[in-house]
Design a binder for this molecule. Structure first.
Ligand code: SSA
Length: 419
């Protein structure tokens, strides 16, 4: 959410952001509502002040004036309450419009409508030169009986998976390994629920725009989060945080649930795009300073790149376009890992800076060095998400006879050179 004072003073910048992010906004209506609400609040304050002034002078007033003074005080109070009641739905309408406003994008972001405008900023790791036709991850899984991708469909429907044998072990090892690596970088490991309240999605930014992507449990007034970011954004809501010793850093582990409503027909084979998966999430709440945010953005990205380097997976870093980065992002860098069977890089990580757009929604504030209470900045990045990461991991490290040689970092954890 943007600050109303900022919107009043930077209307054109907000309108441009909306255009660059393909978001329809009606700033005339929003600013008219804002003026109406501010006008009413000023009138309410004036009426309240009048009533208080009358009350204050009541004792010393001449007896014959008391009746009239009492009436005027009562009338002022009644008018104020009436105005306040009439304002409630206008304030709600104003807040609803504010929740749909985009953040101002990073000036260095490519301007464009969707992922086709994304730009590759860096490519790391030599692509594998197999010397044979590589199998795709489904073939490798079937050859080694590492998952049941067909029986599970009649149990749970499409876009579901159940890993078996060494691959089932590998998923849990990868999550534990990633959690410990990010924890070693100073992040507090934390497990959070995916079952969370509607407010948490509004504060994180998933709502109101993406309800259709989210599973709902109406009998319990709960929804299923697609990322630990949802719970982590709301964990400290309403608090005045102490950031004097540096930012709050979380390595959040959670199951993730996504309806993938908009993905019909995309990535239907195998493990790339499923309804339920697990993820270790990097999450930062830091002081509202652009340079500090930018530094944490770089650190989050570097940590994810470290994990991919340890997994010996070739990847590229993407500068995400204004149309692809989403409503709340100031800046987003995706990391795409090489998938040999597709001969393409596919997104496995997404690193975002949101400045105070989320903190304003979640009411995350801190006292700065001058003692002023301000909204914080928040950032998040994927550390590792499974089963998607298994696709490049299996395919890049496969041998001609269909085995998978583990990257060195995983061999001691998996008790051998091969999966
Ligand atoms: N439907 C899905 N199936 C499997 N993996 C997924 C799915 N959706 C997302 N992921 C994985 O989760 C990662 C992060 O998802 S994201 O929406 O891009 N970003 C976030 O959730 C942020 N909180 C950063 O993690 C993706 O890069 C991908 O690796």
């Amino acid at each position: 959410m943007l600050d109303l004072a900022f919107i009043r003073q930077n209307r054109d910048a907000v309108a441009l952001a909306a255009t660059q992010k393909n978001v329809a906004v009606d700033l005339d209506t929003l600013l008219a509502l804002d003026a109406e609400v501010r006008g009413a609040k000023a009138e309410i304050d004036r009426l309240r002040a009048e009533r208080n002034a009358i009350s204050a002078g009541f004792k010393t007033a001449a007896p014959e004036e008391k009746a009239e003074l009492g009436r005027r005080a009562k009338e002022a109070g009644a008018q104020a309450s009436e105005l306040e009641a009439g304002m409630a739905d206008k304030e709600q309408a104003l807040r609803d419009m504010l929740l749909k406003l985009p953040n101002i994008p990073y000036p260095g972001a490519p301007v464009g409508p969707d992922e086709n405008s994304n730009v590759v900023v860096r490519t790391e790791g030599a692509l594998p030169d197999f010397g044979f036709t590589p199998r795709d991850h489904v073939e490798l899984i079937e050859k080694n009986d590492w998952a049941d991708l067909s029986r599970i469909v009649q149990v749970a429907g499409s876009r579901q998976y159940c890993l078996k044998g060494r691959l089932a072990i590998l998923e849990t090892v990868l999550m534990s390994w990633a959690l410990q690596k990010i924890a070693a970088a100073g992040f507090t490991p934390i497990t959070v629920p995916a079952l969370v309240r509607e407010d948490a999605f509004v504060r994180q930014g998933q709502f109101p725009g993406h309800r259709e992507e989210t599973y709902q449990l109406p009998n319990d007034d709960l929804w299923l989060a697609g990322t630990a970011e949802v719970a982590l954004t709301s964990l400290h809501t309403g608090e005045i945080l102490d950031l004097s010793n540096g930012p709050i850093l979380y390595a959040g582990y959670s199951p993730c649930f996504r309806r993938e409503a908009g993905s019909a027909g995309r990535d239907v084979r195998g493990l790339l795009r499923v309804h339920q998966f697990v993820k270790v999430e990097q999450y930062v709440i830091c002081e509202a300073d652009e340079a500090v945010s930018a530094d944490w953005h770089a650190r989050l990205l570097a940590l994810a790149e470290e994990l991919l380097t340890d997994l010996e997976i070739p990847y590229q870093v993407i500068e995400t376009s204004t149309g692809d980065m989403g409503l709340g992002k100031y800046r987003m860098n995706d990391i795409e890992s090489w998938v040999p069977s597709l001969a393409k890089y596919r997104e496995t990580h997404s690193c975002s800076t949101l400045h105070d757009w989320q903190a304003r929604r979640a009411n995350l504030r801190y006292r700065d060095s001058e003692g002023k209470v301000r909204f914080a900045h928040t950032l998040n990045n994927t550390a590792l998400a499974s089963p998607r990461i298994l696709v490049p991991l299996l395919e890049n490290h496969q041998t001609e006879d269909g085995r998978v040689r583990l990257p060195k970092a995983l061999q001691p954890l998996m008790g051998g050179e091969y999966l």
